[in-house]
Design a protein around this ligand. Structure first.
Ligand code: DOR
Ligand code: ZN
Length: 344
């Protein structure tokens, strides 16, 4: 039985770190594990200009503890009227991607896209400049069942978009269904997907075990077991179109434990440990390095990292909570033993 694995230092290709005092808690967690992370732009207000992305990058860099090397990779938030000119400025500033949130799909998505055709001139500029499109792949129509929104998005939105922009690199973020895994696997090299640790470890029962458990609520919501199994198969397949993106999404505990609790699971405190658990459960630890450390960098056209991390089979228990500005942050698996541990 494997007791220890050493991997090339991994990257997180989908991360929320918020802003202000929250950065002091969450950035060190990610920097302890990952060399780089794609930073989501869904702040209030959203990050819609190159100048805002650069200022946000500086604030994140200031929260990296001395002696740790961590590079935030910045994104812009796509709106109905993000000017194509901003894409050129973003490219010059080192921004690597633009995030599409269908309006109303999730946390801070009110300014998102109401009609994808309104963004076509901007998508054209992205295709030209080599800026990636990151997609929250869910339709928002109240007529569509919450559990079907990803599959419907692929048919109604993503397929036409990819036909119209065949050389735009697209990442379907945090896929949650076998339909999405199949679509990505069968697509050309311009489409990839990220997978979260929580969607690899849990099915939708986790939200309802012994009462409603808001810390397991995220969007796209956890699905049934058949989907989880398909996601694990995709992540451990060795297919380079599937790579790591935690979607670690911190919220104050009192806003998750609420009548209308926020969507988002916080996993940055133990991300690689949870991925190792999911890969180990199907005997696929040998596939973890490609998924966590190589395939994302290759898809983005960035160099692979040097340096390594080591994970050990050693039980430990994450704290019940962390300080989060004035509030409290409850991580996934707080107070529960985890079988893998990052060696320091
Ligand atoms: O669960 C989620 N939380 N899904 C998202 O798409 C957004 C994220 C957040 O920002 O909290
Ligand atoms: Zn996200």
């Amino acid at each position: 039985m494997t007791r220890e694995i050493t991997l090339t230092r991994p990257d997180d290709w989908h991360l929320h770190v918020r802003d202000g005092a929250a950065l002091e808690t969450v950035v060190p967690h990610t920097a302890a594990q990952f060399a780089r992370a794609i930073i989501m732009p869904n702040l209030k207000p959203p990050v819609t200009t190159a100048a805002q992305a650069v200022a946000y990058r500086d604030r994140i860099r200031s929260a990296v503890p001395a002696g740790m090397a961590f590079e935030p990779l910045m994104t812009l938030y796509l709106t109905d009227n993000l000017p194509p000119d901003e894409i050129r400025r973003a490219k010059e500033a080192g921004v690597v991607a633009v995030k599409l949130y269908p309006a109303g799909a999730t946390t801070n998505s009110d300014a998102g896209v109401t009609d994808i055709r309104k963004t076509y001139a901007t998508l054209e500029a992205m295709q030209r400049e080599g800026i990636l499109l990151l997609v929250h792949g869910e339709v928002t129509s109240p007529d569509i069942d919450l559990f079907d929104r990803e599959a419907v998005f692929i048919e109604e939105q993503l397929m036409p978009l990819r036909r119209d922009f065949p050389e735009l690199k697209v990442v379907m973020e945090h896929i949650t269904t076998k339909e999405a895994a199949q679509y990505v696997a069968s697509a050309d090299r311009y489409l990839g997907a990220t997978l979260t640790a929580h969607h690899l470890l849990y099915n939708r029962n986790a939200i309802f075990t012994g009462g409603i458990r808001p810390h397991y609520y995220c969007l796209p919501v956890l699905k049934r077991e058949t989907h989880r199994v398909a996601l694990v198969a995709a992540a451990t397949s060795g297919n380079p179109k599937f790579f790591l993106g935690t979607d670690s999404a911190p919220h104050p505990a009192h806003l998750k434990e609420h009548a209308t609790g926020c969507a988002g699971c916080y996993t940055a405190h133990a991300a690689m440990e949870m991925y190792a658990e999911a890969f180990d459960a199907v005997g696929a630890l040998d596939k973890l390095e490609g998924f966590a450390s190589f395939f994302g960098a290759d898809f983005y056209g960035l160099p692979r990292n040097t340096g390594t991390i080591t994970l050990r089979k050693e039980s430990w228990t994450p704290p019940e909570s962390f300080a989060f500005g004035e509030a409290e942050l409850k991580p996934l698996r707080s107070g529960e033993a985890l079988p893998w541990r990052l060696a320091v």
